[in-house]
Design a protein around this ligand. Structure first.
Ligand SMILES: Nc1nc2c(c(=O)[nH]1)N(C=O)[C@@H](CNc1ccc(C(=O)N[C@@H](CCC(=O)O)C(=O)O)cc1)CN2
Ligand SMILES: Nc1ncnc2c1ncn2[C@@H]1O[C@H](COP(=O)(O)OP(=O)(O)OP(=O)(O)O)[C@@H](O)[C@H]1O
Length: 205
């Protein structure tokens, strides 16, 4: 049975996914460049050595400018990979120019599965998380698979937000993905900040 929160979350998802898909190529390119500027000017990239990014799909704001910056500055980048041995969970695998890639079940490119090269969550210093929608209180809505929530809950949920060490969780989205209010549920892992091309929301957890 779908309760009212689930139903309204589905409606929000469909609305904000459509909104981000409607952006033009030039709006997307400007957003990608401004996202990198915001990450730099907010200090979010200071001293970061191991960053989880994603390859954009479905109108998501692109991390490509950030990825290029990381590679130029010798910062290690990682991509989420659906864990074939643990349904619903992600692993984070290194992403370089040489990484062999394949499409996952959602037609998103990911590194070819190799559990041995997966980085431990604690070793990531920053994780960029693609948002479908967010609100000014710093609540986020994802694609609805619970992949990030489940994966992060393995290590982070037990620690209080103020004591959890790594990674810094940073949701990223287009400005048009800002919603009035996103309801949170018990399993939602809060992000530390949300960055858009024109806003930085620091979550006072
Ligand atoms: N770029 C990117 N990579 C990511 C995520 C993401 O949100 N964005 N993920 C974040 O979790 C994970 C993949 N999760 C996803 C969850 C749902 C759908 C999706 O498109 N669902 C379709 C149904 C597709 C189908 O069942 O075949 C839909 O809801 O319309 C895609 C990715 C890992 N990689
Ligand atoms: N820690 C967890 N353990 C088990 N199930 C979970 C956990 N976290 C989330 N889920 C399940 O995942 C489903 C989707 O959760 P939710 O709607 O919060 O997704 P989301 O936040 O949009 O996705 P994501 O975390 O991938 O960005 C829910 O049905 C929820 O029960």
């Amino acid at each position: 049975m779908v309760n009212s929160t689930e139903k309204s979350k589905q409606q929000l998802r469909s609305y904000y996914r459509q909104a981000r898909r409607s952006l033009s190529n030039s709006e997307q390119q400007q957003a990608e460049a401004k996202l990198l500027e915001q990450l730099l000017s907010s200090g979010t990239l200071d001293n970061q050595r191991h960053i989880a990014v994603y390859l954009s799909q479905d109108g998501e704001i692109s991390c490509q400018a950030l990825i290029n910056w990381c590679w130029h500055n010798k910062v290690h980048t990682y991509l989420p990979v659906l864990n074939p041995h643990k349904a619903g969970y992600l692993l984070f695998l290194p992403y370089t120019k040489e990484t062999k890639m394949k499409n996952n079940q959602y037609q998103i490119l990911e590194p070819v599965f190799d559990p041995q090269s997966a980085i431990d969550l604690d070793a990531l210093s920053l994780m960029l998380m693609p948002l479908v929608a967010f609100d000014l209180a710093g609540n986020r809505l994802g694609m609805g698979g619970g992949f990030y929530d489940r994966t992060l809950s393995q290590k982070l949920a037990k620690n209080s937000p103020s004591t959890r060490p790594f990674p810094l969780l940073c949701g990223v989205a287009h400005d048009c993905q800002q919603a009035q209010r996103i309801e949170t549920q018990s399993w939602d892992v809060p992000v530390d900040k949300i960055i858009t091309p024109s806003t930085v929301i620091n979550n006072a957890l």
